[in-house]
Design a protein around this ligand. Structure first.
Ligand code: ADP
Length: 494
């Protein structure tokens, strides 16, 4: 398309997008205000891209202690309600409830979930609806994320079923990780303020317990998840975490839309944490980052030795069980290994012990955004052997930094990383299929073999760095979804 044609098309897209009306995002995290994982990245970065396309977006978050303590501009709107700019063109409303949200963690402390998580997020879900109404924000779509806000579609179809303010409002629920469903004992059901008939097979009941995510899966107008492959996988017994039947039942309303990353935030040509900025045509600068990382980690400073890294939650989902079976073999290869992660205490002790035995591994058991950027920039290979991966951001960020990913072929990893093909010289990383430690080790060895061929490695790095995983494409898919759900006939209200 030439520039003139492009100019002619643009206003039409804008107008069509604006027709979708206001979208209210309800979530339990949004970067940079509050983050424990990829959900925060999505809620923090997608709304401004939608806003640029002409879709007005408002975000709702709990006012956590860490947000209250941050030095962001915050305006009091009403009792227990604040507003802060989240990104250009996007306001974020913060719901205050000190007893529930003025705590050290978002969902847990010292590895244990808060016992009143049902109360906290049921309150938040209801409060969002009350506030939207009180402020007359008039959404066309309420876009909910994960179990923490999955009650909203059900509340709309029960408590607010006859409220004309919400009559035309549609709901979308995005599943960021089906492994977290918000499961609580049946004894807490009365706290939800719902009729008992909703504790049933076609309600929140799940093997005798309450499952909040299931409620959202049944009652939201549309469902999305964060990659097309994961959308298919979760309808199977292997990946459905017990909800595969419900998801198959709603297969026509379920789509997979790939997450993006912000290309400006993850840009090695301007990232402030790097020892030296670099780009696909100035790759020499990446080497300085490798030296700086090796120094910081107490590893021998060397250009030749491949540096393998992982930045991850330390959970089985991330493939740590198959990795730990071959970790010693990997440490015996001519590599350096850097791990940045927090999570299950068992893995903390495992990696601490390993680092005492092998001098070529450096372990950092904490959440550290600054070090993360330095690891992405300073390493050669990024490991993501996930058992399942709804989308995954690590592999996308590592590509941007010219660090080639080794991934298992699942979910978003399968949708974003193309296996290296030595015959055609194509690909962006190294992909293995079977969830087995042998297959993982074989992929590591395959990557090391290509690493020893500098011209091929460099071509792969450059292709990865130039790949486009920005939000633009996916924002278009969300805009179409909003229009389509608003155009659909209103379903029967309960
Ligand atoms: P998930 O949301 O399942 O944890 P993703 O790959 O979607 O996994 O997103 C993880 C995000 O959190 C990435 O941006 C990654 O760089 C970051 N991250 C994970 N662990 C750490 C850590 N220990 N320190 C800093 N950043 C981390």
């Amino acid at each position: 398309m030439n520039r003139n044609q492009e100019k002619k098309r643009r206003p039409r897209i804008r107008r069509a997008a604006a027709d979708a009306g206001r979208v209210v995002f309800c979530a339990s995290e949004a970067a940079p205000l509050a983050k424990t994982g990829g959900l925060a990245d999505v809620v923090g970065t997608l709304p401004p891209v939608l806003a640029r396309r002409g879709i007005p977006v408002t975000v709702f978050l709990p006012l956590y202690r860490q947000i209250a303590a941050a030095k962001c501009r915050r305006e009091k709107i009403a009792a227990h309600l604040y507003r802060t700019p989240l990104a250009r063109g996007v306001d974020c409303y913060l719901i205050e409830h000190n007893h529930y949200f003025d705590r050290a963690g978002l969902y847990q402390e010292n590895g244990s979930d808060y016992p009143d998580n049902l109360d906290r997020f049921a309150f938040f879900s209801l409060q969002v609806l009350k506030t939207v109404r009180q402020l007359r924000l008039q959404p066309a779509v309420i876009h909910c994320h994960d179990w923490q806000t999955a009650l909203i579609p059900l509340y709309l179809k029960t408590r607010y079923a006859h409220d004309s303010f919400f009559r035309k409002v549609k709901t979308i629920l995005t599943i960021h990780n089906l492994g977290y469903q918000g499961i609580f004992p049946v004894t807490e059901f009365s706290k939800l303020g719902l009729d008992e008939r909703f504790f049933s097979l076609d309600g929140l009941e799940f093997y005798g317990q309450i499952n909040l995510l299931k409620g959202g899966l049944l009652f939201a107008d549309r469902l999305t998840t964060v990659s097309p492959t994961y959308a298919r996988e979760i309808q199977t017994i292997d990946y459905g975490c017990g909800l595969e039947g419900v998801l198959r039942q709603r297969a026509h309303d379920l789509t997979g839309i790939l997450n993006g990353i912000c290309p400006r935030e993850w840009d090695p040509q301007r990232h402030p944490a790097l020892a030296r900025q670099y780009g696909p045509d100035t790759l020499r600068g990446k080497l300085d980052n490798k030296y700086a990382l090796q120094q910081r980690c107490g590893l021998p400073v060397s250009a030749a030795v491949p540096l393998v890294a992982m930045i991850t939650r330390l959970a089985d989902q991330k493939g740590l069980d198959i990795l730990s079976r071959v970790m010693e073999s990997i440490c015996r290869l001519p590599v350096q290994f850097v791990l940045l992660g927090t999570g299950e205490p068992g893995y903390h002790s495992y990696f601490t012990a390993l680092a005492e035995r092998f001098s070529n591994i450096s372990v950092h058991l904490r959440f550290d955004a600054l070090l993360a950027a330095q690891v992405y920039a300073g390493s050669d290979i990024f490991l993501m052997p996930s058992r399942y991966e709804p989308c995954g951001l690590g592999q996308l960020i590592s590509l941007r930094f010219g660090t080639l990913p080794i991934v298992r072929s699942t979910g978003g990893l399968a949708d974003t990383i193309e296996d290296y093909d030595p015959f055609r010289g194509q690909g962006t990383g190294f992909v293995f299929d079977a969830y087995q430690s042998g297959a993982l080790l074989e992929a590591v060895k395959r990557a090391l073999c290509v690493y020893r061929q500098p011209a091929r490695w460099k071509a792969l790095m450059q292709r990865g760095m130039r790949a486009d995983f920005s939000w633009e494409k996916s924002a278009g898919a969300y805009a179409r979804l909003y229009r389509s759900v608003c155009g659909q006939k209103s379903p029967e209200r309960a």
